[in-house]
Design a protein around this ligand. Structure first.
Ligand code: ADP
Length: 177
């Protein structure tokens, strides 16, 4: 069975899914945007898990393009998968790192047996990646990862906060066919 890619306009923190992906920063200790919202709604257990990761295997923080899972606390999900998007650069092509966030998050989700995975538009907020380009990279990376090996994943849902983001992902999905 092939996995579906779906789009929702809304708030990631309100989603019911096996895994919610957080556009984290490498400290794993919280930030603004999606990160702040997930921690606020999910409660302190998520940050407690993040601190354990920093005290253990991620002493120097989570590198850009990688992903790691924690509890989802009070969120309507089993796991939060934290990934660190690249900061947009006009001079340096960092698109492979942005694609890696999606691929590594899906790999982490499948290793946990997740069937539904919800993503925000990684790097398009504080990290300033232009929305249309970020959407193309996201859709391509997810499609490629699912085609290579979906594992347990049956639905990947992009959760877009505003109309501009929703349209960009709609266009990117249509272009991919
Ligand atoms: P980054 O640091 O990776 O750019 P941000 O959290 O600043 O991450 O923003 C990523 C995207 O998520 C932006 O397009 C922003 O508008 C959007 N966003 C912010 N809050 C939410 C939310 N609660 N649900 C879904 N998307 C959100």
């Amino acid at each position: 069975m092939t996995a579906r890619v779906t789009l929702v306009r809304g708030d990631l923190t309100e989603q019911h899914a096996d895994a919610l992906v957080n556009a984290a920063n490498s400290s794993l200790l919280g930030g603004g945007g999606v990160d702040g919202a997930l921690h606020r709604r999910g409660g302190p257990e998520i940050l407690a898990d993040c601190r354990r990761l920093r005290a253990g295997p991620y002493g120097k923080g989570l590198p850009t393009g990688q992903a790691v899972a924690t509890t989802a606390g009070k969120l309507a999900a089993a796991h939060v998968i934290h990934t660190v998007g690249p900061v947009w650069s006009a001079t340096d092509d960092r698109s492979a790192l942005l694609a890696s966030c999606y691929r590594e998050s899906l790999r982490t989700a499948a290793a946990l047996g997740a069937r539904t995975v919800a993503f925000p538009a990684i790097s398009t907020g504080a990290y300033r990646w232009p929305m249309a380009d970020a959407a193309r990279i996201a859709v391509r990376a997810v499609r490629d990862a699912l085609a290579a090996d979906p594992g347990t994943v049956r639905e990947v849902r992009f959760v877009l906060f505003d109309e501009t983001a929703y349209r960009a992902f709609e266009d990117a999905l249509a272009a991919e066919g």
